[in-house]
Design a protein around this ligand. Structure first.
Ligand code: ADP
Ligand code: MG
Length: 358
């Protein structure tokens, strides 16, 4: 692997109290991978990244780059570059000089500087803007200058800490696609920190979802979305219904749950379940079918009353009350005929496949 954290812990002492920012993180990032650290503010993403870069020493554990223990190697000897949200461009220098700065300082020959800066400005799509100063450029362009300045050094890995945080939504979405393209083109390892789940899902090969100093799940975007490993992950990524039911009976590899006044919920039984046990489960709103009639087949089926219908353009969102205080949100794709299945106050049947509960 290109980057490894091996049981890494980081404690800060702040006002005489020990803060455990990172509580034991192990992960391995492959060469050329677009890898994201995703989680809410304060969960330890920046601290983890700063330990990879060498700006922080771990309290415990080992950091390896390309198999080599670099735990005590200073940042400038790590062959890694970092890009920050604040860009940190030199305001008095134009684009070309900002990008060429590091190479000049390293006494790279002029002809090579010219070639490498030219190449990288092409990659980040800034050809023709070499003479501009940072303040004459948009936020997205400044971000691309910062990226070019880091990439021109040809680091083996690039660390990006919420680099698009200062941009508005439209520009941020455009830059997400752009960043992914650039990463593919230069082929180096990107480690990307974000608290924005859609950003991580859009760009990453794999995501480590962090919570309170620990990695809760490490998988590719589809796996994280379809099979969240914990309640936290299910709640943090996308919209989820969190339900709780009691096991009534177990047939083969399926457990039948009762949930309030509902009909039945089927979940895979893994041997650990016994009748009477309480099971927490999550179901994504778009996996649930809403209907006026009771559906047939081996499905989870619950009945409820529509308490809210919201038209959201590409889909309709329903909130269905189950009568015992529980509510389920359902997303229904807006079909060609734009008919709505149910109105407020209607009794409806909700159903989903057993494997969509987890
Ligand atoms: P994130 O980047 O996920 O928002 P951070 O890694 O910045 O989280 O911070 C994780 C935790 O460590 C937070 O509780 C934060 O307050 C604390 N922390 C970070 N840096 C320091 C520091 N230099 N001194 C004391 N506490 C810190
Ligand atoms: Mg941070």
């Amino acid at each position: 692997p290109a980057i490894e954290l091996d049981h890494v812990v980081k404690e800060y002492v702040s006002h005489g109290e020990v803060v455990r920012a990172v509580k034991g993180v192990s992960l391995a990032i492959a060469e050329g991978e677009f890898f994201s650290l995703l989680g809410p503010s304060g969960c330890g993403k920046t601290t983890s990244m700063r330990m990879i870069a060498g700006f922080e020493d771990p309290t415990q554990g080992i950091v390896r780059l390309h198999g080599e223990d670099v735990t005590n190697v200073p940042p400038n000897k790590r062959d890694i570059n970092m890009v920050f949200q604040s860009y940190a461009l030199f305001p008095h220098m134009n684009v070309w000089d900002n990008v060429a700065f590091g190479l000049k300082r390293k006494k790279v020959p002029d002809a090579e500087i010219k070639r490498r800066v030219g190449e990288i400005l092409e990659v980040v799509d800034l050809v023709g803007r070499e003479k501009r100063r940072p303040k004459e450029m948009s936020g997205g362009q400044q971000q691309r200058v910062a990226l070019a300045r880091a990439l021109v050094n040809r680091p083996r890995a690039l660390l990006l800490d919420e680099p698009l945080g200062a941009l508005d939504l439209k520009l941020r979405q455009a830059m997400q696609i752009e960043l992914k393209r650039i990463q593919r083109e230069v082929g180096i390892t990107f480690v990307y920190v974000t608290h924005d789940q859609s950003e991580a899902l859009t760009m990453s090969d794999r995501i480590a979802v962090m919570n309170d100093g620990l990695v809760e799940q490490l998988a590719d975007p589809r796996e994280i979305y379809e099979r969240p490993a914990s309640k936290f992950v299910a709640g943090f990524i996308g919209t989820s219904n969190l339900l709780s039911g009691t096991v009534q009976q177990i047939t083969g590899d399926t457990a039948v749950l009762a949930l309030g006044v509902s009909d039945r919920i089927l979940v895979p039984a893994d041997g650990a379940l016994a009748p009477g046990a309480t099971v927490d489960l999550t179901v994504r709103p778009e996996k649930i079918k809403i209907a006026r009639d009771r559906p047939e087949g081996d499905l989870s089926v619950v009945r409820g009353t529509v308490s809210e219908v919201v038209y959201l353009g590409t889909y309709n969102s329903y909130v269905v009350a189950l009568g015992d205080g529980a509510e389920i949100t359902v997303f229904e794709q807006n079909a060609h005929d734009s008919t709505i299945t149910a109105e407020r106050g209607d009794t409806v049947w909700l159903s989903w496949q057993p494997w969509h509960s987890y």
